[in-house]
Ligand binder design. Structure first.
Ligand code: PLP
Length: 427
């Protein structure tokens, strides 16, 4: 076998062949023989309006005929100008300055460069490192990898080859808050900013935290005068029930407004790769100067690709026109998945917005879990100790119940298999 395609997160020697998909439609993936699977992953959180939405498709088709791409250095175009001003309008406070890039990981890299550049302009050139949290995941490029949990993440195998950052537990209580403040105080000469996935840590284990934790992080950043960088690449665009997860703090006396916000994934409704890094005015102003050397030196070839911008503009139209009932998705997930709590091997069942997670104590063979799901017409990709769903926001109740049925039945089936194996081993 030639293995011309080197697949992601995959031991090429032992992994079973991937599932071949030839078409998508609504919330479904369609196989070679017309089989249909509900995509309970929304293609890694991105297909928020489902697939092939006519409005998005028409916008991209029209743009394809007019101008599929043009470089962004020294040139601009309406799809990018329009998208930037809409995002600036939607993002809290003065998060008004939108820098385009091609993927979430690159948006994180850009945020790091913005923060380092900001402090250089404020005579703090030593501030080149970052603090992130245990179980964090911020992407797969080398800078983003350095922000991931250095011990527990899949990037641990690169330790020694990437920059060492600071990692502390999320400040869920006074002790961990003190730990955060201590590290920020001790390393105030070197820490440029704090990265957080607000309210939901995704690929680091699908863990949730509350608004108070987020507020403590913001307070610590203020106290130590470092930048707060919110990575909402996964949580953005209503995944948690609000447009952005930080909006859950909007009613507080002092809402959390990050200095820099990263968005991606659902930005183009799962159509094309694009991400943005949005800066508040004081960060932008650090680069705004008569000195050409003070400019932000970054510019990917496909920056602000017009097709991707038109998909994103169409996606924002849909968010304006379609009030999704994410609360309804959360209620169904909560109500249905809670039965799995009765299983000894299930450590936790948790749901927040359009995210439902089943965490195991002693994870079963996840390939077997996936096979059981696929047999039941549902596509999910369990990882680590978690079986989880992040369905398209447009999913109808009937399909969501089907996803829940499959998760429940697949868990029971796999538990029954491992129980019978144990009995056989005893014999
Ligand atoms: C919170 C977070 N940040 C960054 C990334 C990286 O985004 P991308 O895969 O588009 O590079 C991801 C991807 O899963 C993510 O969940």
């Amino acid at each position: 076998m030639m293995n011309s395609v080197w697949r992601p997160y995959c031991q090429m020697k032992t992994a079973p062949p991937p599932m071949k998909i030839v078409a998508t439609e609504g919330c479904h993936l369609i196989g070679e023989n017309g089989e249909r699977w509900i995509d309970g992953m929304a293609s890694w959180w991105s297909a928020c309006h489902g697939y092939n939405h006519p409005h998005v498709r028409e916008a991209v088709t029209a743009q394809l005929q007019r101008m599929p791409h043009v470089m962004f250095g020294g040139i601009t175009h309406d799809p990018a100008e329009c998208l930037a001003s809409r995002l600036a309008e939607m993002a809290p406070e003065d998060l008004n300055h939108v820098f385009f890039s091609d993927s979430g990981s690159v948006a994180v890299e850009v945020a790091m460069k913005m923060a380092i550049g900001h402090w250089r302009r404020h005579d703090r050139p030593g501030r080149t490192r970052f603090l992130a949290f245990e179980n964090a995941y911020h992407g797969d490029t080398t800078g983003a990898m350095s922000l991931c949990d250095p011990q527990r993440s899949m990037h641990a195998r690169y330790s020694g080859a990437i920059t060492q950052q600071f990692h502390v537990p999320l400040p869920r209580d006074e002790t961990t808050e003190a730990e955060l403040n201590r590290v920020l105080a001790e390393h105030s000469d070197s820490i440029a900013g704090v990265f957080v996935e607000p309210l939901v840590q995704g690929a680091g284990g699908m863990r949730f935290h509350d608004v108070n934790t987020l507020t403590r992080i913001r307070d610590a950043c203020r106290r130590h005068d470092v930048l707060l960088i919110a990575d909402e690449i996964a949580t953005g665009f209503q995944r948690t029930g609000k447009m952005f997860a930080v909006n859950h703090t909007a009613d507080l006396h002092s809402p959390v407004v990050p200095d820099i916000l990263c968005l991606g994934k659902a930005l183009t409704a799962g159509t094309m790769s694009m991400a943005v890094t949005i800066a508040r005015s004081h960060v932008f102003d650090s680069f705004y100067s008569d000195d050409p050397g003070a400019a932000l030196m970054h510019g990917p070839t496909f920056m602000a690709n017009p097709l991707a911008c038109s998909a994103a503009n169409a996606s924002l139209d849909l968010f304006e026109q379609t009030p999704y009932e994410v609360g309804n998705i959360e209620s169904i997930l909560r109500e249905r998945l809670s039965v799995l709590r009765d299983i000894d091997n299930v450590a936790d069942v948790r749901c927040f917005g359009a995210i439902g997670v089943v965490q195991f104590r002693d994870p079963p063979n996840m390939q077997t879990v996936q096979d059981e799901l696929v047999r039941r017409g549902v596509w999910l990709r369990p990882f680590g100790d978690c079986l989880y769903t992040t369905p398209p926001l447009c999913i109808v109740d009937e399909s969501l119940h089907q996803v829940c049925d499959a998760m429940i039945e697949a868990t029971h089936a796999v538990m029954a298999q491992s129980n019978s194996r144990e009995v056989n081993q005893l014999r």
